[in-house]
Design a protein around this ligand. Structure first.
Ligand code: ZN
Ligand code: ZN
Length: 566
């Protein structure tokens, strides 16, 4: 029975190139999950887009002497190019500066206003007397009132991840001229977040499927008590507030960016030619998953749900599998210090699957994880090339050359029964290996369904390892000279295991899995072959394989490491 799965992926700011931290935090796990569900035959809608409003964009534009429009167009092209090359397969990747998103955001604003969830209030707001302007939160810096770290931004503290109001900062200063700002009155709209406290508490309490970090983070916020939050700003770049007298104000970026999940779904439907097609993905009861890094948790477990509760009739998030952070060489990723590995840079020199591999096998799922080029080269060479790539290559090449380019006929084992279940007529090692592969199909299925990506890929790689051990023991390259039937048997078992590995590894390594699919003689897209035991008919024509992965020279470690932070 096919399920309907909605996948929302956190929206990156269109203010700088994507780095591997973005990918490890949100886009890669989301893509693995989407590919897995599509392969299961489920209906998937995966959307995201660039956050094109907000002060990071205007800051960047000011720094580069460009218009915000120029900045967002440049990064939109670059992001889409990266998704394509890395194989992150969104159904739609859009942006918040589209006419559609502006309309949907204003609609939600008006509906929440009509239902009494928004109210007007006068707030004293940061104003820089030297720059003669109201200062958006990101233009104010100071010491975090919670953890006392200096240099905290007015919207959120990077050190403790707490969202802030600029007025709460200790010793605030204007980011541009370092002047101490003054408070000046301005009228704004507020979201009555406090009115949702009870409802959110009851709802969050029931979400036992959430990861402990997500559950705990959310509970901590709720215990502190939710405060109403301003949702408009005195800025020029952004979505106009659709109320008389507020023409010069804009919707605050955190309020409209989360609406992007809904507006992107509507845009996708419109583009598909059936404008109502988004609705089944937003009906209550549909499982919607939101992938993001931990600093985004409160926006997806409290703020967005409260907006949806106020709006009524749309599905609340089912799971919010937030990842922890990826560090590089033990240090926190920082754009300002250039402490990052940028995606366009990586993709200009290396293949996509090795990066997908290392970020999956070492995913910051339950704790922070570290990336280093030394580890990248080691895992690429020892695991991808030597374990998995070599298994595929030696078995396929040898079989191709010695069995007329066909899957050999096996003897008394590995034969498939009626319902795709292998039957074992032998207690041979090969039967044990096939049985392991068979149960792993459902074990990994279960892990992926619960978003345990790191464990799932470890299980699959364990099978590749077992298959190599089996081959070393059977040594068909030797037995072929004395016992051709025995060689055919062990090669058949190895090929059969490879036919399952390509499925198990497909969500993680889509490019190489498609190749293995073709080398084994299967037609079409691997995704269509479904998540199940893959029968390998004896006599099926193989294709001559090429090495799946490239061995990397150790000299790149020093070269690449030097680039970080310079
Ligand atoms: Zn100033
Ligand atoms: Zn802090």
């Amino acid at each position: 029975m096919s399920e309907r799965i909605f996948i929302g992926v956190a929206w990156p700011y269109a203010e700088g190139s994507l780095h591997i931290g973005n990918i490890a935090g949100a886009d890669l796990p989301a893509d693995i999950f989407a590919r897995y569900h599509r392969m299961k035959g489920n209906e998937v809608l995966m959307v995201s887009g660039s956050d094109q409003h907000g002060t990071p964009i205007t800051l960047k534009a000011e720094q580069e002497g460009k218009t915000p429009q120029e900045i967002i167009e440049f990064y939109q092209r670059e992001f889409i190019d990266c998704w394509e090359k890395l194989g992150i397969c969104f159904d739609l990747y859009t942006g918040t500066h589209t006419e559609n998103h502006i309309k949907v955001s204003q609609d939600i604003f008006m509906k929440l206003l009509d239902k009494g969830w928004l109210y007007k209030d006068t707030v004293a707001q940061m104003y820089c007397p030297k720059c003669q302007r109201f200062l958006p939160d990101r233009y104010v810096e100071g010491t975090c009132p919670f953890c006392k770290t200096p240099g905290a931004r007015g919207d959120q503290c990077d050190a403790c991840s707490k969202p802030l109001n600029a007025t709460e900062l200790i010793k605030p200063y204007c980011r541009m001229c370092k002047t101490t700002p003054v408070l000046k009155n301005s009228e704004h709209f507020f979201l009555k977040l406090s009115a949702f406290q009870d409802k959110l508490e009851k709802w969050a309490e029931q979400q036992k499927q959430w990861r402990p970090n997500v559950y705990g983070f959310t509970q901590r916020y709720l215990k502190e008590g939710l405060r109403d939050r301003a949702i408009t700003r005195d800025i020029e770049w952004g979505i106009p507030v659709p109320v008389k007298g507020f023409e010069n104000k804009r919707l605050y970026v955190w309020f409209e960016a989360v609406i992007g999940y809904l507006s992107a779904s509507k845009e996708w439907a419109e583009k598909s030619g059936d404008k109502d097609k988004w609705q089944p993905f937003w009906q209550t009861g549909v499982k919607s998953y939101y992938f993001l890094a931990k600093d985004n948790i409160p926006f997806h477990t409290l703020i967005w749900p409260s907006m949806l509760m106020g709006y009524e009739g749309l599905a609340l998030p089912y799971d919010v599998p937030a990842n922890e952070f990826l560090t590089i060489e033990g240090k926190k990723i920082s754009r300002s210090l250039n402490w990052a590995v940028y995606l366009p840079d990586y993709l200009s020199r290396y293949d996509p699957d090795p990066l997908r591999y290392i970020l999956s096998i070492n995913m910051p799922e339950t704790s922070d994880a570290d990336f280093s080029w030394r580890e990248f080269v080691r895992r690429n060479n020892d695991e991808l090339v030597a374990t998995y790539g070599n298994l595929v290559n030696r078995v396929l090449t040898f079989t191709y050359r010695n069995f007329e380019g066909k899957v050999p006929t096996c003897g008394d084992m590995g034969k498939t029964g009626k319902e795709g279940i292998p039957q074992y007529a032998s207690t041979d090692l090969g039967a044990t290996l096939e049985a392991t592969a068979f149960s792993l199909i459902s074990d990994i299925d279960k892990e992926l369904a619960e978003c345990h990506f790191k464990y799932a890929i470890h299980l699959a790689m364990g099978l590749a390892h077992e298959a190599n051990r089996y081959l070393d023991e059977k040594a068909p390259w030797k037995t072929i000279k004395t016992d051709r039937k025995a060689a055919a048997n062990s090669l058949y078992v190895a090929l059969s295991v490879i036919a399952q590995l390509k499925t198990m590894l497909y969500p993680f390594l889509p490019f190489s899995s498609q190749k293995v699919h073709e080398y084994l003689g299967f037609e079409g897209r691997i995704e269509d072959s479904r998540w199940k035991w893959q029968d390998l008919p004896a006599g099926q024509k193989l294709r001559e394989p090429q090495p799946l992965f490239k061995k990397l020279d150790e000299s790149i470690i020093e070269e690449e490491t030097k680039r970080i932070g310079t």
